[in-house]
Design a protein around this ligand. Structure first.
Ligand code: CO
Length: 406
């Protein structure tokens, strides 16, 4: 079977996916044989509410990729998609299996309870598609349920498709769905209200400093193909940005992220995974934000946010760097935490902050292990983020802040 897959046999591909989807006899052996090809394709998730035009957008993306020399697989897991239930609409027929010489292979997958869960079925189907030589896999889901969020997590880059007319609904979209987005596509941008949706997304991103330089917003009109170039550029950029965080895959993104699945799992591409760690920020104590900021601006960093935190008697400027940021801390009065630090130690690194999935769990774990904590409990800071500090005597000499997500 794998030999036939490698040879480009589309009927074998269809059969192989059915085998793993339905957990037919031999499916496990087939997957084991496909394993050596796992991780060879870049997976792009496309999600969003019903009626956002995702399927048309996916068509455009698939054709764009094919025109750029990629072999494309599409997994449509959208119960509202015209792929589902065998319905074929318009030009989608062209993309249906078997597609002869076309590099695009489209497959709809049932959203009803697959054996072992839908996300597992999709992951397995991806392995089969990779064994068949697909270099790009588009995974289309409706961004409404936990299943869909799980599936979107399989993707290397996730595009969230929104449309004008959602109005304030952008703000009420499920946080989990908003968080998985690397790229926002405001589709049907020829309709009134597109600018407003863009503004709402940008406003939301402004609230969470850690993600704002990670996310792009692109306007598209899927029915005409307008904005597809920009969308694909944003997808590629997002992949590049992730690569920056992931030195082990440097240089591999553009030709297909040629690393094994195990490596990808170890690299932890998933921003929502509960056990994921990230460097949230570096806190630098300075006498003057204006003076120190000049250097960082020369580096190309920009102040994204500046505020005075009254109860800590400190002025804070945040300068995003990749998925992290530098926080310049300037005391507003001499007799404050940062003011005393400056008196004692002078300007310099004040603390490093690590973001963890389960801040309470980490607090308990460190406490039980006898690590010396500065904070007696997990605190809640501005904007609702939760954090605590670990004493330098336990960390190799630097104050460490542990920050929760959100
Ligand atoms: Co801090």
């Amino acid at each position: 079977m794998v030999e036939r897959l490698r040879g480009g046999d589309v009927r074998a591909l269809a059969r192989a996916i059915s085998m793993v989807e339905d957990a037919q006899p031999g499916a496990r052996e087939l997957l084991a044989a496909c394993e050596e090809f796992a991780g060879q394709a870049v997976k792009i998730g496309i999600t969003g509410p019903p009626g956002a035009g995702k399927s048309t957008l996916v068509d455009q993306m698939a054709q764009w990729l094919e025109a750029h020399g990629e072999k494309v697989g599409v997994l449509a897991i959208d119960p509202t998609s015209p792929y589902t239930g065998g319905a074929l609409l318009g030009d989608r027929i062209r993309m249906r299996e078997p597609v002869g010489n076309s590099g695009i292979y489209v497959r709809s997958m049932a959203s009803r309870g697959a054996v072992g869960g839908l996300a597992d079925a999709v992951r397995d189907a991806c392995k089969v598609l990779e064994a068949s030589g697909r270099s790009r896999i588009l995974i289309e889901t409706v961004g409404v349920g936990q299943d869909e969020v799980e599936i979107a997590r399989l993707a290397d880059v996730t595009v969230l498709v929104l449309v004008p007319g959602m109005g304030d609904d952008v703000q009420s979209m499920k946080a989990g769905v908003m968080e998985i987005a690397d790229v926002f596509a405001v589709n049907k941008s020829d309709c009134d209200g597109a600018d407003r949706v863009v503004a709402e997304i940008l406003a939301m991103q402004g609230l969470s400093g850690s993600t704002q330089d990670r996310v792009s917003v692109v306007q598209t009109v899927a029915t005409t193909g307008n904005g597809i170039d920009e969308l694909m550029a944003a997808v590629a950029q997002s992949g590049e940005r992730k690569k920056v965080r992931l030195p082990a895959v440097a240089g591999t993104w553009s030709r297909g992220l040629r690393v094994g699945q195990a490596d990808i799992d170890a690299l932890d591409l998933d921003p929502l995974k509960s056990d994921r760690l990230d460097l949230d920020h570096l806190g630098v104590a300075v006498r003057s934000i204006a003076a120190a900021g000049r250097f960082y601006e020369m580096l190309g960093l920009k102040v994204a946010h500046e505020e005075i935190v009254e109860h800590e008697q400190v002025k804070v400027a945040m300068l995003p760097v990749g998925n992290s940021r530098v926080e310049l801390l300037e005391p507003t009065v001499e007799d404050s935490v940062i003011g005393r630090f400056l008196t004692k130690r002078g300007e310099g690194l004040h603390h490093i902050a690590v973001r963890v999935g389960d801040v309470d769990g980490m607090f308990e774990k460190l406490k039980e292990s006898g690590v010396r904590l500065v904070s007696e409990q997990v605190r809640t800071g501005a904007g609702g983020h939760r954090y605590f500090f670990v004493h330098p005597s336990s960390t190799g000499g630097v104050l460490v802040e542990i920050v929760g997500k959100g």
